[in-house]
Design a protein around this ligand. Structure first.
Ligand SMILES: NC(=O)c1ccc[n+]([C@@H]2O[C@H](COP(=O)([O-])OP(=O)(O)OC[C@H]3O[C@@H](n4cnc5c(N)ncnc54)[C@H](OP(=O)(O)O)[C@@H]3O)[C@@H](O)[C@H]2O)c1
Length: 248
């Protein structure tokens, strides 16, 4: 049964309504068609496709770069730094601990100065380095939040430091602004993550330049590339780490 047969069988007022409905229907189809055409063929579609392509390319670039760095490029030769001291902040836990053990395991580094607040945690990694890799280890108990820098400077001043690994860091336990976060946390993050990082660089860099050798690793994060709401203090510090990298 065709549309017009149904229409003719209806009372006149319904016939008019159906005619109008047909117009509305056709109108909607035209608008939908125009919208679809715009979406798939227009400038906006070009932008959408360009954006998706860019993200995919960026992802592929990161994957291939990491493959090239880890599997293709020759390892950086750091054998000339094996007899110097490697100073580690934040080496008692997490990434810093794993990195320190890896430096001993795969890069043959044998002399470490570990800086941390917690004597027990320092002893755990000290024992591991000594037992498993026959390393020489010094530990310094120091709190980057309020510790006496003159004392730390004094402890390090006579050491031939070849490598500095800066991992000490605090992160907010929850996402939130200054008022929502635990009181004083943002300024502590600045103190422990930012000021300590810059000061450690200031401590070791002049001698490294004088001796024309040395490596500094300052830990950063994705939050340093893109500020995230609720992570501002961390973002500022991590952005600063990227800046130190270009600065050094
Ligand atoms: N975890 C992640 O997903 C991630 C991602 C990107 C970047 N990062 C960065 O990587 C670094 C390490 O992160 P993580 O997750 O491995 O941290 P973690 O497991 O919490 O370890 C933090 C380290 O920092 C030390 N530390 C903290 N406050 C200190 C203070 N006031 N004085 C001296 N030392 C202090 C701690 O030593 P003691 O407690 O022994 O004193 C510990 O060794 C941080 O800078 C962090 O921002 C982490």
């Amino acid at each position: 049964m065709s549309f017009s047969t149904i229409q003719k069988s209806l009372p006149p007022h319904l016939q008019r309504l159906m005619t109008k409905g047909e117009y509305v229907h056709t109108g909607m189809l035209i608008i939908g068609g125009i919208f679809t055409w715009f979406f798939f063929n227009s400038y906006f579609s070009f932008l959408a496709k360009a954006y998706v392509t860019l993200r995919v390319m960026k992802c592929l670039y990161i994957i291939s770069k990491s493959f090239v760095v880890h599997r293709v490029m020759p390892e950086m030769d750091i054998s000339h730094l094996r007899d110097t001291w490697t100073v580690v902040t934040g080496g008692t836990d997490g990434i810093g601990k794993a990195y320190t053990l890896e430096m001993a395991r795969s890069r043959g580094i044998r002399r470490f100065v570990l800086i941390g607040r917690n004597a027990q945690k320092l002893t755990i990694i000290e024992t591991e380095l000594k037992k498993d890799f026959k390393c020489e280890v010094k530990t310094i108990i120091f709190d980057f939040d309020g510790g006496d820098w003159a004392e730390l400077t004094n402890e390090l001043k006579d050491l031939d430091i070849g490598i500095l690994l800066n991992f000490a860091g605090l992160a907010p336990g929850m996402v939130g602004n200054l008022v929502e976060q635990e009181e004083g946390l943002a300024s502590r993050i600045m103190q422990v993550n930012t000021i300590s990082c810059v000061r450690m660089n200031e401590l070791v860099l002049p001698k490294m330049i004088e001796k024309d050798r040395g490596i500094i690793v300052n830990m950063s994060s994705m939050t340093g590339l893109e500020s995230r709401p609720g992570f501002q203090a961390e973002s500022i510090q991590k952005f600063e780490s990227f800046q130190i990298y270009t600065w050094v």
